[in-house]
Design a protein. Structure first.
Lengths: 199, 424
């Protein structure tokens, strides 16, 4: 194995699971150590890749621009926040007329509300406009990765699954699996026209 | 094997009283010492008849050999033997390298003396040194090693003889046999150890893919470009990708059949390509997640082709840079990431304009960055099928792209295939 430095892989995760990933942790005490969100399917995420439909944008800033965008996938909504430190992403949210297919590469962030619940959001590194086929491919890819994680959950060596068992309700896994299948069936041209089935 | 049996065996090995050995053994085991460790411990205690404090190495399974072992004895099948000549302390020496195997695994070896090994032999090896090579244990067979050939053939779940397809080869493989077409070949004169010498270099191909090669002797069959069988070659990393090395000890014979060279590059995950330490001519499918700095309209040094920044070349100082286009894109397939490098031609495709267009756009905007921005908008967030040469060095993984195409297959087909797989 090579020791070459590698960039953190972007995890493919559906909105439902992403919003459930309320527990974050660091793996070292170094000042610049990356922050990870613990995915309920038993993996860590420092970066995620999302493709969905931008349905609403709103400038919620007081003094300076602070944009919030909602990006919807078959399971739920990602909340994207971009301010002065993400000028390109903020400009994109300002200039784009929803609805639009978008891809977002970003970092998970958590925020504790006044009532003590934890909200998970996405701080974008980039947002770009894409097409429907790219969004559909992302759904398939994310379905595959999610099922892989669910499958690897019971491996004894899976330390993040062990961590997830401590932090989250394990019954979530079954609902994720169900949602993945529903998401796949929801794609255009998947569920319809099954000539063999009617024959 | 019961504790009683182990005690009996140990007692007879060591030539000591069985009752004594058994009580020692029971004592250690009652202190939660694993039985194998306890046996080792008693061997050390009773000196194992070896004397001098050191114990003779015990017979091990290959799967159990670790870099913590200093020496081992084992019974194994010789999978491959490659002969190579090296310089040690100014002396030319022939060494033999290859792989051994038993049911539990394989192990590389280097034989510093000629034991007359050939592929397929079953051998009992006594007192072979273990050293660490690239994090893995490797055997040293030297003058203090005893080696005997056994008549009973050891059955191993590995192929004997080192026959491999190019796709299977990895840097460090030795005693390799391939049957290949010579796709490209050129003769070059280099300054070798013994003055000027001619070598051949080029590209080999088979059904599984392609690899670059160097032949340190200009074998005629290779130079003619005929299909050949090459025996006893070794594989070494060169510029981040595996390269087939044909040495003076390699046998090259022309083949009287044609070799179909696969037109499609093998598709691998980025993690696999990194784990292999680099691969020649592979296909990756992943999402472009970023376009790195240093992309778009750039300047190169007219002397060395390196990137010029602020009119300065790292090697040649103040130079008049030549304009060029390139892209360094981060490709991420969910397993790992790699920097894909696009040359001018591929960059013109994704920019949707020529170098002159780019210069004009930058002049109008009075900013070169606008070119990279356009490229970023065109490719980030989309899935691409990339073909190219994958290398890994201290700065990370790179793929020099020979083609870079947006995927255009129907996502519904993929969804149906996945559904079938999981609901079957």
């Amino acid at each position: 194995m090579s020791q070459a430095p590698t960039r953190e892989v972007a995890k493919r995760v559906f909105a439902r699971e992403f919003n459930d990933a309320t527990y974050t942790f660091k793996e070292s005490d170094e000042e610049r150590a990356p922050n990870f969100a613990l995915l309920p399917t038993g993996d860590r995420a420092n970066r995620v890749f999302v493709v969905g439909t931008l349905t609403e944008t709103e400038d919620i800033g007081d003094d300076s621009e602070y944009w919030r965008g909602r990006v919807v996938d078959p399971t739920g909504t990602f909340f994207i926040y971009a301010g002065q430190y993400q000028p390109e992403a903020a400009a994109f949210l300002r200039d784009t007329e929803p609805p639009a297919y978008v891809s977002v590469v970003g970092k998970p962030r958590t925020f504790e509300t006044d009532d003590g619940s934890v909200n998970v959001s996405l701080r974008p590194e980039s947002i770009t406009a894409v097409d429907e086929a790219t969004r559909d491919r992302w759904v398939v890819e994310t379905a595959e990765r999610t099922l892989d994680r669910v499958e690897a959950y019971d491996d004894e060596t899976n330390e993040y699954a062990a961590m997830a068992t401590e932090r989250y309700d394990a019954s979530l896994l079954d609902s994720y699996r169900e949602e993945v299948l529903t998401a796949l069936e929801s794609l255009d041209g998947v569920a319809e026209d099954e000539p063999e089935a009617t024959a | 094997m019961s504790l009683d049996d182990r005690a009996e065996e140990l007692a007879s090995d060591l030539g000591v009283d069985k009752a004594e050995v058994k009580s020692d053994l029971e004592n250690l085991v009652s202190y939660s010492v694993p039985i194998d460790e306890a046996v080792q411990s008693l061997r050390r205690k009773y000196g194992d008849g070896g004397g001098g404090g050191g114990s003779a190495p015990s017979e091990k399974d290959i799967g159990d050999v670790t870099t913590d072992d200093s020496s081992v004895s084992l019974t194994a099948r010789v999978l491959t033997v490659g002969k190579r000549s090296i310089q040690t302390q100014g002396e030319q020496q022939d060494i033999f390298e290859g792989e051994l195997a038993d049911e539990t695994g394989t192990l590389s070896y280097t034989a510093w003396t000629d034991f007359g090994l050939s592929a397929g032999d079953t051998v009992q090896v006594g007192n072979a040194g273990v050293r660490e090579w690239d994090g893995e244990p490797e055997l040293n067979l030297g003058e203090s090693t005893s080696l005997s050939f056994l008549d009973d053939e050891l059955d191993v779940p590995y192929e004997v003889g080192g026959g491999a397809t190019l796709h299977e080869l990895q840097s460090g493989d030795r005693g390799v046999t391939v049957e290949v077409a010579v796709e490209e070949v050129e003769r070059r004169t280099i300054d070798g150890r013994e003055g000027e010498t001619d070598i051949l270099s080029g590209v080999l191909g088979d059904e599984s893919g392609r690899l670059p090669f160097t032949a340190w002797e200009p074998h005629e069959a290779i130079e003619n470009g005929d299909p050949v069988r090459i025996e006893n070659a070794y594989v070494r990393e060169y510029r981040g990708v595996p390269e087939v090395n044909v040495s003076e000890y390699s046998t090259v014979t022309p083949l009287d059949r044609d070799i179909e060279v696969g037109e499609d590059a093998t598709q691998v995950s980025i993690a696999e390509a990194i784990a292999a330490g680099g691969m020649y001519d592979v296909e990756l499918v992943g999402d472009v997640l970023a376009v790195r700095d240093g992309s778009g309209l750039i300047e190169r040094c007219p002397e060395c082709n390196r990137i010029v920044q602020n009119g300065q070349c790292r090697s040649h100082g103040d130079v008049e840079g030549e304009d060029d286009l390139r892209v360094k894109a981060i490709l991420d397939d969910g397993t790992a990431t790699v920097t894909v490098v696009l040359d001018r031609e591929l960059t013109e495709d994704v920019y949707d304009g020529t170098l002159d267009d780019a210069k004009e756009q930058a002049r109008d905007a009075m900013d070169k960055e606008v070119v990279a921005e356009d490229i970023r908008r065109n490719i980030v967030g989309f899935e691409y099928r990339v073909r190219g040469h994958f290398s890994v060095d201290d700065y990370g993984a790179n793929c020099d792209a020979t083609s870079f195409e947006r995927t255009d297959d129907d996502p519904a087909d993929r969804a149906r295939a996945l559904l079938e797989e999981v609901t079957a």
